[in-house]
Each structure stands twice: as C-alpha cells, then as structure tokens.
Write a protein that binds this ligand. Sequence first.
Ligand code: ADP
Length: 544
Amino acid sequence: MEMMADDDAGETLKPLVFRLHENAPAVIREVLLERGWTEFDQKEQDDTDWNLYWRSSPFPMTDHHSIKPWQRLNHYPEAVRITRKDYLARHLKRMKGAYGSTLYEFSPVAFIMPNDYVKFIAEYSKERQSVGRPSYWICKPVHLSRGRGILIFQDIKDLVYHCTVIVQKYISNPLLISGYKLDLRLYVCVTSFCPLTIYTYEEGLVRFATEKFDLSSLDNVYAHLTNTSINKYGASYKTYKEGIGCGCKWTFSKFRSYLRIFGVDDMLLWQKMNNIVILTLLAITPLPEASNCFELFGFDILIDDKFKPWLLEVNYNPALRLDCSIDDTVKRKLLHDIVELLNYKQVDTHRQNEMPGSKAVRRQVPWRRTGQSTPEEAPGLLSARKVSACISASQTQPALQFARGSIHKVSALTRKTARARPRETLTSQLRKKMNMPKASSQVKTEAKNKQLSGVHSPFISAQLSRWSPSPEVCNYKLSTRPYFLSDKDQMPTRQVGGFVLIFPFNEAALQASKDGTDVKSIIKEINKLVSKQNSTRQKKAQAV
Ligand code: ADP
C-alpha cells in the first residue's frame, strides 16, 4: 500500500500516525501498520504529531483538554462508571427506580457487599421461605476480571469474601448448546456521548464453557464460567466437543445460523440486546464533555433458555488478544472498522492547526454533512473493500501473552471433575419451551448441508451472517424524511463496516440527545420502540 504520495500541488502527503501506550494489544499495531499508518516516535516527533492514541487505562484529563482536531483518544473520561461491577449495579438500580423495572429487568438482581449485606440477607431469606427451589448466587470481586475470584453458591454458609464483591442472582437456566453454557461478547462503540451516538458490531464472539453445565458441581469453573482466559486451560479445550467443536468460541454469524436452523427469531434477540446497550449507556449520561474520543465496550450477555438476554457486565478494554483463528477473524476486522468509524480525513494527516478544515475545532467524530460522500482517502485511510483484502492478506499471529499465574490460582482452588449429566439438546428444549413446530424439511436440509460442509467453520453461512440495522432504522431510511437528517443538516453514518448505528434510532431520540441528553424523553421513545417490537412479534406468531 502507498505510504507516501504527492498531491496535485506537489506537496508530500504524510501518513496517519498512531501512538500506543504500553500494554496496548499487539493486533492494534498490526492493523494500523497494515493500513499504512506509522507509529509515533516520541524522540523524533512533536508531542501533537499523532492522530490516534490508544491506551488501556483512562487518559489524564490534560490529554482531553489539549486534544487537537486531527486527534482521537480511545477512552472517554469516566467511562469506567459502567465497567466496574459495583458501579454498574448501582447505576442500573437507580435507573430501575427512576424508570421502572420492566425496562431495566435485564440485569440479574445484585447486592454490593459488604454495604448491602442486610438487604441481601432479607432477599435470601425471603427466597428460602418461598416455595420452590432456592436460588443460586454468584459472588464476583468488583475489581477483578477474567473470571478471577468468582464463587457460585446456593447456601449462604458458602459465601466468603475478603474484598468488595457483588453478589448477583445466578442465571441457572442458561441457553445450552449440546449441554454447554455460552455467553456473547458484544462489541459496542460509542463515538459520542453528547449527542449520544452508539454503534453495535454485527459480528462478535460466542464464548463457551468447555465442560457440560451441571448445577450439582458449582465449583467446576469449566462448566459455569465462559471466560476464555479460564477455559483455554481446561482439559477439554483442545478436544473436539460434540456440537461445539474444538476450542471454546464461535462467531455471532455461526451462532445466528444455528439459531435460525431451529427457527429462533435472531433479529428479535438482536433488538433486545441493542435495547440493553442503549438503556445501560443512558445510565451514565451525561458524562463530562470531551471531544474527539470514542469508547469500545465489551458487553457480556448471557441468554437464558427462554431466549431472554441478560447483561452480566460491561468491559472496559475488551480483550483484543488473538487466542484462536476466530479471534483473529473477528477482532482484526473489528479494529479496521473502528478506524473507519473514526472518519479521518485527508486534512488530518497534516496535523497542524493552521491547515484548512482543521479550524472546525472539535468536530464530533461520527457526524457527516448531508450529501457528503465517503471522505477522500489519505494514506492510511482504507475503503471497506481494501479492509477485507488487507485482513485476508495478513498472516501475522502475535504470540499469546497471558498471566497464567493468577488463573492457576483460581483453577487450583476450584478444579474438580464435573459430573457430566447429559442435558437435553437445544432442539428438544426449544420445541418444548417455545412450543415450536418441527423444523421444515427445507430448513432441515439446510442444517444437514451445513453440517456436511463443516458447521464449525467461522465462515459458515456468510449470507446469513449480517445482523443488519433494526427494522425501525430501516424504516426511517425508507420514509420521506430520514430520521438522521437533523435540523442542522447533519447525520450520523448509519452503518460503517460491521458497525450499525443503534442510537439515535429515530428523529425524536435524535432531538432528545442534542444539547444535553433528555433521558426521560429517550426512555419514552424506547418504550414505544419496545411495544412496537412486541406487537410485531405477536403478529408474526399469530401468522404462523
Ligand atoms: P469477569 O469480569 O471476571 O469475567 P463476569 O461478570 O463476566 O466477570 O463473569 C464471568 C463469567 O461468569 C461470565 O462470563 C459467565 O459465564 C458467568 N457469570 C457471571 N455472572 C453470571 C450470572 N449472574 N449468571 C450466570 N452466569 C454468570
């Protein structure tokens, strides 16, 4: 790819420049180099001579204050408000109180310990006294990640903690595929908190536990936790697991194909997950004002056997390690698409205040002027077509680096052989619980063909693989006045690579997110949206 070029005036064009803080994942460097960017050299270059600064921890506020029009930072100030488990629990509880539990019932009931100890005991005792089976609970240290220090229990005498933890209702009826628990890692990019602008990524990771789900062995981490950082050390990780394959990951595309084979409405699931994302992010608005930054969140979503999605947590710096080929496929393209979303222009390569265009200080990253076509390409700016070529051409597999020590501690504490109790297959569960007709012969044939053609390929059924914008967004496109045309004649780009705009989702939501976020009005719009989604679902069900 061309790194340097001469423009018409004979002036040498410069490539875009990235700056990585220590510990930034290797794949970020690889992707940016693939795109023709160069790496910032502190000794040689001026302090402001870069376009993208990526770091794993929050930026000092001085970095936000001194941001230049050609620069982007990969964090918003205070985005951690939803990425620490206790903060998230607190925010969602507040939103539940303010806007009703119907909308906000997507997060399992949680108590922050030791503060909420008395409340937890009250809930625990109430449940014990009520008829039916007592609940299961999961205890998670608030400052740890990757499944470290987690404990699942049913009897309070087993609850032990030495730091601040959240004790959360354990979803004990997860969706199982061939007996294995799974959860979804959904990538979400917020390109602006004011006006709120949210994109979700169509492709993502389905992360499996590597031993069969079994409520009689609560201390088997390989059966109950879906973290790759744990399961890659499980005895069954590398072996072929019936219905799942080797390893512990699928792509969303493959998962959606799987659901469709069994007649599950994957679009409805997608809409519900998008609603969760919007409602969660609304919980932390307003954030302090900051320009030219973005945030990539990893939403962990567990689906239960009634296909209800539950939000488990939101990750700051979702893992970008490449542990397997599926990671490589998903994360590399994700990073390319993030760069596309950042909407760099030719003028950004100059990195000087006095350059034409750069005086339009602090433009919001995702908003483009109406009628504007794709920005002209600068060195390091790739079109979507070039991105895919770039990805397939890449052979690089960075070495895996992982702090094994901490994981071993958890495994040593909790590893026991799971008592494998074969559970019902997804097919039979689905039919029973959703009262569904048997799969049609056409679908069956499709399923069979997929099995024959290697159902474990991450590239399965490319045609089915798109989780397109929700129907509401599509409808707006078809209406006479597209929702994204605001009074100021600006619009957020509806789709960039695999990123789909989910907020604002209509004109009213757009208006309510301008000049400060009017959460109440937005919630009203979401309520309308949800009832519309529900009635569409009912109509569909009646038609069947
Ligand atoms: P961490 O930050 O340590 O990864 P998570 O909240 O993501 O913590 O939990 C780790 C794993 O534990 C999840 O990926 C999921 O498999 C399981 N898990 C967490 N919370 C619940 C829950 N409430 N119900 C069922 N499983 C859960």
